[in-house]
Design a protein around this ligand. Structure first.
Ligand SMILES: [Zn+2]
Length: 128
């Protein structure tokens, strides 16, 4: 009995963003433009990186099954999943913390973080 190996799958990026319906028309063209169609995994979670452990599960999976190279983490303005805690400062802090943890676990991954304004502006969050 011979087993036929399945082809190795690859895409460049994994994108994590909030489930919020207000973002979809902004996010989808941006992600398609950045990675190209057919070249990214996309994860929609309430609060973006709010639940880091959940984000990590998807990053691990993306590395394992699609050998991703890049992770893009996007939190956004007026995120109701954060409620009152969702200050700009908190979003920046959570994004950078998630980035650092992922980079420590997966040194070969490039991780970028953005704060998405509701007017459509993607603000790149850089380590202080
Ligand atoms: Zn949100």
């Amino acid at each position: 009995m011979t087993s036929i190996a399945k082809p190795v799958l690859h895409c460049d990026g994994l994108v994590v963003h909030c489930m919020d319906y207000r973002l979809q028309k902004i996010l989808h063209p941006w992600v398609m433009n950045r990675f190209g169609a057919d070249n990214f995994d996309i994860v929609s979670l309430a609060g973006g990186v709010h639940d880091y452990e959940m984000v990590l599960k998807y990053v691990e999976l993306g590395v394992k099954i699609h050998s991703i190279n890049e992770v893009v983490l996007i939190n956004h303005e007026d995120c109701r999943a954060y409620g009152r805690d969702g200050t700009y400062k908190r979003h920046v802090s959570d994004l950078l913390e998630a980035e650092h943890k992922i980079e420590a676990l997966f040194p070969s991954l490039s991780v970028e973080t953005f704060y998405l304004h509701l007017n459509g502006k993607f603000e790149s969050i850089l380590p202080a």
